[in-house]
Design a protein. Structure first.
Length: 403
């Protein structure tokens, strides 16, 4: 993409922002690299060489500028970047400006300076080091890191519910398991299935099978509220903090004896939504009709548990029931380029692949990944003719089901 002199002058008049930085052309190579790394780790951006911080044009004086820029991007950035470079001549009489542009990186890039790597992100007009949470999410966005496989500080094998683990491996996966007192055997099995890593139990392991997940992950639950009207009110019909592992505990016959988070949420919905009745054809028997189809509610709850961003600490999934609708709010933006429109077509992208796989083993999810179009959309249309609302706002994704 080329930039005309007129477009360049307009860009300079608008000043620096999240995608534009001004630099003198005598800038140090690591200072240029710093800005390009921060841009590549965001959505890309442009450095204008030969422009002062106040927007005045000082012009280019450095000899072999393009070669110098390319060398800086190779020597000072890991992995290296190849930027777009262009020279706009006589922006002011006798003064040229160089445009150095980088696109959004496929990897997470670092500045290599003084024999160490520094991670950088662009925040407004500043390029700065990210917080640990921001860095983790950056790796997650680039597909280089799975938050669900992070070790949970202080969590050990003793913090997992052995009953649920045996239920999962024996009854669900139909495989042999070590003896209860064979700690080495269990560690090996759980390491091979990513429920544990060398440093302890993973986030996914605690969420799925932990005795008390919220002891380690305060965000590992659902805040459920039923309001009497159509707005949030202090005087709710019921408020409930749903806590515990995602997976249920079943007996040998497959009957659930201890509910997981999905069953807890469904029970909350059932006791806080009305059931109407109508006579079946012929008038012989009364048919009960729930306010919302169970399959649609179940899919929305499972979707939130499986796909939420567990790097957003201190933020629970919200389940809110109003007089005219139900909302399930999941923390975190949609992963890997997914949009609400693409979800409606069945486009699949998992943020938490292990959690998804285990919940699918329990048959909470379809293998085709078509739960939203096949269950939520189809069930709501058949139930009352309404279209569900799929909304991404800021760091939250909401599914709305209407009465």
């Amino acid at each position: 993409m080329t930039i005309t002199r007129t477009e360049l002058l307009e860009m300079i008049r608008n000043g620096e922002n999240s995608g534009v930085e001004f630099k003198r052309d005598d800038v140090q190579n690591h200072d240029l690299a710093k800005e390009l790394v921060a841009f590549a780790n965001l959505e890309g951006g442009i450095v204008l060489l030969g422009v002062e911080d106040d927007g005045s044009i000082s012009g280019i004086t450095r000899q072999k500028l393009e070669e110098w820029v390319m060398t800086a991007c190779r020597d000072k950035i890991r992995p290296g970047l190849i930027p777009f470079h262009a020279l706009v001549k006589d922006v002011e009489p006798g003064k040229d400006i160089a445009i150095v542009r980088v696109a959004r990186g496929f990897d997470v890039h670092t500045l290599w300076h003084n024999n160490k790597n520094a991670y950088l992100i662009r925040v407004g007009t500043q390029s700065r080091e990210p917080t640990p949470q921001e860095l983790g999410r950056l790796f997650q966005q680039r597909g280089s890191f799975r938050a669900e496989l992070r070790p949970v500080s202080g969590a050990t094998l003793a913090d997992l519910d052995m009953r649920r683990l045996k239920n999962y491996f024996v009854n669900i996966r139909e495989q042999d398991v070590p003896d209860d007192n064979d700690e080495t055997g269990w560690n090996t099995l759980l390491f091979n299935t990513e429920i544990m890593v060398e440093d302890g139990v993973t986030v996914a392991g605690i969420l799925l099978f932990g005795r008390t997940p919220n002891r380690f992950l305060p965000q590992a639950g659902i805040d459920a509220v039923a309001f009497p009207g159509v707005n949030k009110e202090y005087a709710a019909r019921e408020r409930c903090a749903l806590r515990g592992p995602m997976t249920p505990l079943s007996d040998d016959a497959g009957e659930i004896v201890e509910a997981g988070l999905v069953e807890q949420a469904l029970a909350f919905v059932q006791r806080n939504t009305a059931i109407t009745g109508q006579l079946e054809e012929g008038g012989a028997r009364r048919e009960e009709i729930p306010a919302y189809p169970r399959e649609a509610v179940r899919e929305a709850i499972v979707n939130a548990l499986v796909h939420r961003d567990y790097l957003l600490s201190g933020t629970d999934i919200e389940l809110s029931i109003y007089e005219d609708r139900m909302e399930i709010i999941s923390p975190g933006r949609l992963p890997n380029g997914i949009t609400p429109a693409r979800m409606l077509t069945g486009c699949r992208a998992a943020r938490n692949q292990l959690i998804k796989d285990v919940m699918r083993d329990y048959r909470y999810l379809e293998h085709s990944g078509m739960g939203i179009p096949r269950k939520i959309v189809k069930c709501m249309k058949e139930h009352n003719g309404t279209e569900p609302g799929l909304v991404e706002e800021g760091e939250l994704f909401t599914i709305r089901l209407f009465r």
